[in-house]
Design a protein around this ligand. Sequence first.
Ligand code: MG
Ligand code: MG
Length: 272
Amino acid sequence: MIHIKTRDEIELMRESALIVSKTLGMLASEIKPGITTLHLDKLAETFIRDHGALPGFLGLYNFPNTLCMSPNAQIVHGIPNNTPLKDGDIISVDCGSLKNGFYGDHAYTFEVGEVDEATKKLLRITRESVYVGIKEFRAGNRVGDVGYAIQQFTEKEGYGVVRELVGHGLGRVMHEDPEMPNYGSRGKGKQFKEGMVVAIEPMINMGTHRIKQLRDGWTILTADGKPSAHFEHDVAIVNGKPELLSTFEYIYQALGIDSDEEKPFRQIPLVL
Ligand code: MG
Ligand code: MG
C-alpha cells in the first residue's frame, strides 16, 4: 500500500532528509586515505544524534551500524570496519535518519584521494542517472518510466544495472511501497500521484550487473570484482512535479564543487 503524504508531512520529511545531507557533507571533509570506515561511522552517529535525530539504519533489520560503507566492488550494505581507506578507492556511503517519526535515506559515492578516469566516469554517470530518473517521477507517470530512463542512460555506457536491490517509497517506514527498480519498461507499474515520496537510488556496476553476497549476511558486491557506484536522493511529488527533499550541496560545499544539477527539482528554494 502506498502512503500519500500531506504537505506538512513532506516538510517533516525534508527535515529528516536534510539531516542525512548534512551528515554526508560533514563526512565529505573527513574522507581521505588512512581513515577507517568505523571511525567515520562513529562521527556520523554522533552528528545525527547532535542534530536531534536517530540513526535510521542502526538496528534496522538488525544492521549493526549507522552507515552502510561499501568500498570499490562493494555495492551496498557494507559494514564499517577498521580497514583504512586508501588512495584511489571509492566509498559508497548510505545514511539514514529518523526524526519526527519520518525517515531520511540518501547516499553518495566519494572518491578517496586520486581515482582513475574510468572510475570517475562511473561515478559521474551514476550520479547523473539519479536525476534522469527523478525527472520521470511526476504525477501520471509510472514506476517503469523511472527505471527505464535510468537503465537506458547507464547501459549505453556499457554498465550493469543491479537488479536485486531497488529504490523504494519512504515515510514512517524506511522501505514503503512502491519498489522503485532502476530498470524497467515505459508505462508499466504503479502510477505516481501527488504526495508520494520515494528514494531513487541507482546502483550501477562498471561491469556485470550480477552480484554476490558476503558471508556476513549483509555486504553485496559485484560478481566480477569491478567497482560499483550508488547515489540516492529522497523526492516528493509536489504540484505534480518532483521536489527534491535531500541535497548534495553540503558535500559540494565541502569539496569545492560548483553544481546546479538540483535546481530543476526545487520548487522551494534550499536554505543551507
Ligand atoms: Mg539508502
Ligand atoms: Mg534507500
